[in-house]
Design a protein around this ligand. Structure first.
Ligand code: SF4
Length: 377
């Protein structure tokens, strides 16, 4: 089996942010311990099912993994290391909320083997952070970076949001500027979508959420590309920028169709051409694992046609594009022929272009990526 990426989902947060529809829940401190034990048991089961798995990347995401007490985190990391074969240069990421970073924790994380921290900043203005329902301030973010740097973390990501209700272009430029002044090596800049079943969705329906102008939202994106490029950040994926050599190796696995194993409530896996998903509710997840029942709630075999569509869609998220030669070698020329007419249509509309055998989104294509994906479905 190809080396895999492992994703561990930690579905706990101190407080729910107003825009968030991720599977994460506040007030579940009482089940932290049993959740950690369940995750360890699931790792052991996966290891006995698949044998000696070679792992190149590990990503603790959530939720707020940095909220987990160190002994629980340590149990999970040790189980991973005992049951899987971690490469010596494995990228091991922990997502952290700046409101939860302390010296003792940072020292312990480093000791456990984490070598990349992904911090959720979202915005540099306390007024916006408060509106979003975030638990941290700008100052806490800056202090987190200082602590993490001091304790030996030299691969740091910050997540930021644009198109946020009430956010001006000046606010956005100030957020970028803050990151350029700190020791950040990677930036994920996402356009905020107001998702169903969130407090902001309800406010929007009542007409009580400030309107986000679409052209302002696009302007923020272009400004990010231009500004970050000037300061040595490589725009390598639609929403991701990094200093050379600091691309997120774990997420690159998703975009290039490589296998990954998800552990924990709501975690997804893609392995041996099968996609599976675990039950979302953390308490039910624990119950199932304890009862020796699989936590999986769905599984789907991906046929070659679907796999090729996904490879095109995900591969085009990468700015360098997707190698048509590689796809042809893997899937055969006939399979690719089914997409040629759509590719030509999109070339004519200036959404896609070829650079050698690499098929890429154009600058206009970056704005209309959803339309491109639809053509490949
Ligand atoms: S911290 Fe992240 S996962 Fe938790 S509620 Fe906020 S946005 Fe969602």
């Amino acid at each position: 089996m190809d080396p895999v990426g492992v994703y561990i989902h930690i579905p706990f947060c101190t407080k729910k942010c107003n825009y968030c529809d991720f599977p994460s829940y506040p007030g579940l401190e009482g089940i932290f311990h049993s959740y950690g034990e369940a995750v360890c048991l699931e790792i052991e089961r996966i290891a006995s099912e698949y044998g000696n798995i070679s792992v190149q990347t590990v990503f603790f995401g959530g939720g707020t993994p940095s909220l987990l007490p160190v002994p629980i985190l340590s149990r999970i990391v040790n189980t991973l290391m005992q049951r899987f074969r971690l490469s010596e240069d494995a990228e091991i990421t922990l997502e952290a909320n700046p409101g939860t970073v302390h010296r003792e924790k940072a020292a312990a994380w480093r000791e456990l083997g984490f070598n990349r921290i992904s911090l959720g900043l979202q915005a540099a203005q306390d007024r916006l952070l408060q509106l979003m329902g975030r638990i941290h301030t700008r100052k806490m973010f800056v202090e987190s970076i200082e602590i993490l740097d001091k304790y030996g973390f030299h691969n740091l990501n910050a997540d930021i949001l644009f198109g946020v209700p009430g956010q001006s272009l000046e606010d956005w430029l100030e957020t970028l500027d803050l990151l350029l002044q700190t020791k950040i090596h990677h930036i994920s800049a996402y356009s905020l979508q107001i998702e169903k079943d969130t407090p902001w969705f309800k406010l929007q329906k009542k007409g009580e959420l400030p309107y986000v102008d679409e052209s302002l939202e696009r302007e923020m994106y272009y400004q990010a590309i231009e500004t970050l490029k000037k300061f040595g950040f490589h725009h390598y994926e639609i929403s991701n920028f990094s200093k050379p050599g600091f691309e997120c190796r774990h997420n690159l696995k998703y975009w290039t169709g490589k296998p990954y194993i998800g552990v924990g409530a709501a975690a997804h896996s893609f392995i041996r051409d099968e996609r599976t998903a675990n039950i979302t509710n953390p308490a039910l997840y624990i119950q199932k694992i304890k009862a020796n029942v699989s936590p999986m709630i769905s599984s789907e075999k991906i046929d070659p046609e679907e796999k090729l569509s996904e490879r095109l869609i995900l591969g085009l998220r990468i700015i360098d594009g997707v190698s048509m030669l590689e796809l042809e070698q893997e899937f055969g020329p006939e399979a690719l022929d089914r997409h040629r007419a759509a590719i030509e249509r999109m070339e004519k509309r200036n959404l896609l272009y070829f650079d050698g055998d690499m098929l890429r989104l154009t600058t206009i294509g970056l704005d209309y990526a959803n339309q491109v994906w639809m053509e490949f479905l």
